[in-house]
Design a protein around this ligand. Structure first.
Ligand SMILES: [Mg+2]
Length: 227
């Protein structure tokens, strides 16, 4: 193995909006079973699709006529994060991961609550797909989320390679590419229809070396620095 291809998770290998919907359904099921309240998932999903963020749980409860008692919203967030998600790899990602180029090792670096990210990894079968290491930056603390470089350096050390032998594939120009660029990695941005964090890079340091629309293009752009 002389190069390591490292993947982001959300909106890179699967669509994060599918996880959000799956979580709202799990919370709705819980509210129905525990408190006889219907309609949460539909209300929350409508707000999410309208672009609302941060206050969806409170606003959706209000819409259902529920005045949250102490601990309710925190409990619902816990149900959301701990639910077994109904999500699937994007078809192009599944195809690429099943037959990566020879001489490449695969790894994963993702931010977010460990309870959520670990269940996503299991639901997508990534714990059985030959990616190693699988790095959840929140296991060290949320202060180590990208753009912190700890996860990238950890993977270099774990794989025994230099930065120039590594590639990071992610979707979010706001945080995915700054640190690996500084470490000498190559970077690839995948821009998927339906991804949540769309938007151009804020500076040249935030931009990826290559931008692709599908993993069908990935092996082609990986040639750029291994010629
Ligand atoms: Mg992402």
């Amino acid at each position: 193995m002389n190069r390591v291809i490292v993947f982001d998770l959300d909106d890179t290998l699967y669509l994060e909006r599918d996880y959000v919907l799956s979580g709202f359904v799990a919370v709705g099921d819980w509210l129905l079973a525990e408190h006889g309240k219907t309609g949460f998932a539909a209300a929350a999903w409508r707000r999410f699709k309208a672009g609302q963020r941060g206050t969806i749980f409170d606003a959706s409860l209000a819409e259902l006529g529920v005045s949250p008692w102490p601990g309710l919203v925190a409990g619902l967030v816990d149900v959301y994060r701990r639910h077994v998600p109904y999500i699937a790899l994007q078809r192009d990602a599944a195809a690429w991961l099943s037959a990566p180029p020879r001489g490449t090792a695969l790894a994963l670096l993702t931010d977010g609550p460990v309870a959520s990210q670990s269940r996503k990894i299991a639901a997508l079968g990534l714990d059985r797909a030959g990616l190693s290491p699988l790095v959840l930056s929140d296991e060290w603390g949320s202060e180590y989320r990208k753009p912190h470089d700890r996860g990238f350096r950890h993977i270099q050390d774990a794989c025994g390679v230099a930065g120039r032998d590594c590639v990071y594939v992610g979707d979010n120009a706001a945080k995915d590419f700054v640190a690996p660029r500084r470490l000498g990695w190559r970077t690839v941005q995948i821009v998927r229809p339906g991804a949540i964090h769309a938007g151009p890079p804020a500076t040249a340091d935030h931009a990826a070396d290559a931008v692709i629309a599908s993993f069908a293009e990935l092996t082609g752009v990986l040639q750029f620095d291994f010629a």
